[in-house]
Design a binder for this molecule. Structure first.
Ligand SMILES: NC(=O)c1ccc[n+]([C@@H]2O[C@H](COP(=O)([O-])OP(=O)(O)OC[C@H]3O[C@@H](n4cnc5c(N)ncnc54)[C@H](O)[C@@H]3O)[C@@H](O)[C@H]2O)c1
Length: 306
């Protein structure tokens, strides 16, 4: 079936696009005419995926750069690389994430590195990616960022405490950007998939050796499909009314907005709403100028010189 080329001329950066959900979204964007740049920690996986896409298209539609999203250095180099390869960036799907040994830490021996890993990658790595993506999209005149959260960004499974924490943090990050389109025409959203059959759900040898009820639970939890997650991401990219949204992709091909997790507190009186209204105006004016100034500094420091 041929797909309408609605994204012809667009360029997308996809983190963790070497396999799983990131790879599936990359394929859907290419099908719609976009060029994609994949940033992945695993070089062999990223290179093989890009080769697969380019061979199938008979043209250069994809490129790869080894990227660890936990560093600004790698995030900046990834976006600069995309600009060099394809002329600029319009879409960022910040999908890279981990589960595995960093998922459930409360009963494990204290370990500074492992215990902060889920938040380091899933939350802070995605925050860093958002900041750098925003600059590149703003420079292009606007665009859209989709981060990858989870239904565990609003709900909890006891055996996944650190992962749940990381995705709750990510939802808060995304919900903070209601005013961003007014500043730089960039929208930020999160897709929140339910469990999906990808390699992420395959336990590694350490998890198998440890055992525990989570191993059985994962098998029994209803799953959504990769296709449903891809459709939710496409909706967040293509529907320009969607901003600061956490969009659920659920079993049964259901895609719907996450309801607000808490009602507004009673301190949110009509008088306070008025205060917030004028604060919003000041916020937009202040940060428009701040961003304009910072973009010049960023370009001077990191811009492609050749
Ligand atoms: N599979 C699920 O059940 C499920 C459910 C909800 C949300 N998610 C989220 O979907 C996203 C994609 O997961 P998936 O299921 O495709 O898993 P996956 O393990 O198949 O893919 C994750 C990708 O991210 C890459 N990656 C990991 N750490 C990285 C880093 N520091 N820098 C750059 N790349 C890195 C990996 O190399 C891999 O290519 C993740 O954010 C995950 O939390 C998955």
């Amino acid at each position: 079936m041929s797909v309408e080329k609605s994204l012809e001329g667009k360029v997308a950066v996809i983190t963790g696009g070497g396999r799983g959900l990131g790879k599936a979204v990359a394929a859907a964007l290419i099908e719609r005419g976009a060029k994609v740049v994949i940033g992945n920690t695993t070089e062999s996986q990223g290179l093989a995926t890009v080769e697969e896409f380019n061979t199938a298209a008979g043209a250069k539609v994809a490129a790869f750069k080894r990227t660890d999203i936990t560093t600004y250095k790698d995030n900046i180099e990834l976006f600069q690389f995309a600009e060099k390869e394809f002329g600029g960036v319009d879409i960022a799907y910040l999908n890279a994430g981990i589960a595995g040994n960093a998922t459930d830490i409360i009963f494990m021996p204290p370990d500074d590195e492992n215990d902060s890993r889920a938040v380091e990658v899933n939350t802070i790595g995605t925050m860093k990616g958002t900041k750098i993506a925003m600059l590149h999209l703003a420079k292009r005149g606007g665009g859209v960022i989709v981060t990858c959260s989870s239904t565990l960004g609003s709900n909890a499974v006891p055996s996944m405490s650190a992962y749940v924490t990381s995705k709750h943090g990510l939802n808060g990050w995304v919900r903070s950007f209601a005013l961003l389109p007014q500043i730089c025409n960039v929208r930020v959203n999160a897709v929140c998939p339910h469990f999906v059959e990808t390699d992420m759900l395959v336990p590694n040898p350490d998890q198998l050796a440890r055992g525990g009820p989570i191993l059985n639970l994962v098998d029994k939890i209803p799953k959504t499909t990769v296709e449903n997650v891809v459709n939710a991401v496409l909706l967040l990219i293509e529907d320009e009314t969607r901003n600061a949204q956490t969009l659920l992709a659920l079993p049964g091909d259901v895609i719907r907005e996450q309801e607000a997790t808490a009602p507004l507190p009673e301190t949110f009186t009509p008088e306070f709403a008025q205060v917030m209204g004028s604060y919003a105006e000041d916020y937009v004016a202040f940060h428009k100028k701040e961003l304009e100034d910072y973009l010049k500094v960023y370009e001077e420091k990191y811009g492609n010189k050749d």
